[in-house]
Design a protein around this ligand. Structure first.
Ligand code: FAD
Ligand code: SIN
Length: 522
């Protein structure tokens, strides 16, 4: 089946929904999302969204904190623009009906997280993302110009390649005309043709065994752009969150927000001793990469698979009222955080790199925009400052929308839609053996966790690269003879992302930001 729209949006997290609301007055909008609309990292965000709201703080301080965390790789102009735009975007979220906690005099109650020199995190208790997703989704569902289709899995972007032209990385002027997407209810692959396409597909945490990200985070957008020969950047910088709840049976790993350390919780070893003084003068509130590496090192030295976060000093009432989701979740797991220390370990959490975009959110492929975690804007550099990603998503959704609206008004779109073929599944057979997919996914996650995790080495990276090559060849073989399914497509995407992370890690010959190799110690 063929569909024609002005704006095609792939993903219904903060980035996709914010963009949709902005472009909706200017054309027909269709959002495709592979699960239920609310599912994605956005709804699990706990800590909040960073912004300078009052005179006790300053743009310059937030800019400095972002640049320091990014370890010299951020684009300073992008950092300035994003941080200065933040109050306007926050006001907009409030206008959509999203609530952030307030304190005395109706001022926003601001939290502090690792790497921030000031209290500047707007939050809704410890479930900020759920509140943002609720508010945006409601506004989208109320909008007459937006059609939101759940359980539609975007497989590939449509470019000149589908018009029979040879497209390589060096082809000038690659253009995007929409995407092919699997209707997961009917198993039909539809053709979505659009003047403007936005990728808002989120992260790729599931490249690793332990991740805080939901199962939908399989790097689909990045892999689609890779196959369409677009430009990707900074994929070696995978951020591991220091404190996910240690509960090996649970996937995804439940996050214990950094705001808890901001409120006074302290990292301790299994004997109950503090250890961060050995690593950084900012102790438990040092930037995330330092804390995650310190925990990794302590776990390896002691030969254990978790450490503790001691939140008891925060006080019973503050814990129960300020962190109700975490309190309830831990209680369910038999941990009373007002009395017991919380077992924690690091988990893959956020992909700092992604689809390279300019200040307007446009990728190297014309008419293709990207926003949110799948994009690489230059804001995060080598390491994202906590709570800067929700902010980045709304700022870039706004910039991309303004640019795309202008594009649609002033550009003649020449492509003949009738020349674009439908998806060809001729000669493909049903894959009868799911184990070929599930086992390969497990292998991939183990390779990445063991060899391309928090601490790397030349030998580990080479091993990963060799093993990924084998997995890649086997899976391409399966793909070339099988009917397309969501599981197969996700596996291909995970393999592409793992390959890109590893390749870019091998190419980086210095320890910078989140890339740390024992062979490159300065
Ligand atoms: P997501 O919200 O992940 O949405 C991606 C969307 O794309 C989903 O709708 C998904 O179904 C869809 N999709 C993906 N692939 C396809 C496909 N092939 N076809 C169709 N649809 C597809 N950041 C902060 O700034 N502050 C925080 O406090 C914070 N806390 C976090 C806590 C947790 C547990 C996690 C995991 C992340 C946290 N982050 C936080 C990071 C932040 O939540 C994410 O970076 C952000 O929400 C990403 O938004 P997004 O719109 O880019 O993607
Ligand atoms: C957290 O609440 O610790 C997560 C914040 C983030 O990832 O930005």
């Amino acid at each position: 089946m063929r569909h024609e729209v002005d704006f095609l949006i792939i993903g219904s997290g903060i980035a996709g929904l914010s963009f949709a609301l902005k472009v909706a007055p200017y054309g027909k909008v269709c959002i495709l999302t592979k699960a239920e609309a609310a599912e994605g990292s956005t709804r699990y965000a706990q800590g909040g969204i960073a912004a300078v709201m009052y005179d006790s703080d300053s743009f310059e301080k937030h800019i400095q904190d972002t640049l320091v965390a990014g370890d010299g790789i951020c684009d300073r102009n992008v950092v300035e623009m994003t941080i200065r735009e933040a109050p306007e975007r926050i006001a907009e979220l409030v206008r959509y009906g999203i609530h952030f906690d307030r304190g005395a005099g109706d001022r926003f109650d601001l939290h502090r997280e690792g790497g921030h020199s000031e209290y500047r995190i707007l939050h809704h208790k410890d479930n900020t993302g759920a509140e943002i997703e609720r508010g945006l989704l409601q506004a989208v569902l109320d909008h007459p110009n937006i059609e939101l289709k759940e359980h539609r899995f975007a497989i590939d972007l449509i470019t000149q390649h589908h018009l029979g032209q040879r497209v390589t990385k060096h082809t000038p002027g690659i253009e995007c005309y929409g995407a092919y997407a699997l209707d997961c209810e009917t198993n039909r692959i539809d053709t979505y043709l659009a003047k403007i396409t936005l990728l808002a597909t989120g992260g790729m945490g599931n490249v690793y065994t332990t991740t805080t990200t939901p199962v939908i985070s399989t790097g689909d957008g990045v892999a689609m752009v890779h196959r369409a020969r677009g430009v990707l950047q900074d994929l070696e910088f995978m951020q591991f969150h220091p404190t996910s709840l240690y509960n090996p049976a649970e996937k995804p790993a439940f996050l214990i927000t950094e705001a808890m350390r901001g409120a006074g919780a302290i990292l301790k070893d299994l004997q109950g001793h503090e250890f961060m003084q050995k690593y950084d003068s900012r102790l438990s509130l040092a930037p995330r990469d330092i804390v995650a590496r310190a925990i990794d090192n302590e776990m390896k030295l002691a030969g254990v698979d978790h450490l503790y976060l001691d939140a008891r000093g925060i006080g019973r009432d503050n814990l129960i009222n300020g962190f109700p989701t975490i309190y309830a979740k831990c209680l369910e797991a038999g941990i009373n955080i007002t009395k017991d220390m919380i077992p924690i370990r690091p988990a893959a959490h956020y992909q700092c790199g992604g689809i390279k975009v300019d200040r307007n959110g446009e990728s190297s492929i014309r008419h293709l925009y990207a926003a949110g975690e799948c994009s690489c804007t230059g804001l995060h550099g080598g390491n994202r400052l906590a709570s800067n990603s929700l902010l980045e998503a709304v700022v870039y959704a706004h910039n991309a929308a303004e640019h795309a609206i202008d594009r649609i008004r002033h550009t003649a779109f020449h492509v003949q839609y009738s020349a674009i073929p439908d998806w060809n599944a001729e000669g493909m057979a049903l894959n009868e053996e799911m184990v070929l997919i599930t086992q390969t996914k497990k292998e991939l996650q183990e390779i990445m966790s063991n060899y391309v995790g928090i601490v790397r080495s030349d030998l580990r990276l080479q091993r990963a690269f060799d093993r990924l090559n084998l997995i890649f060849r086997e899976t391409e073989d399966l793909y070339n003879r099988s009917v397309m399914t969501e599981e197969l497509s996700e596996l291909r995407n995970l393999i592409a992302c793992a390959y890109l992370i590893t390749k870019q890690a091998m190419a980086r010959r210095e320890n910078r930001g989140l890339h740390f190799s024992i062979d490159l110690i300065r």
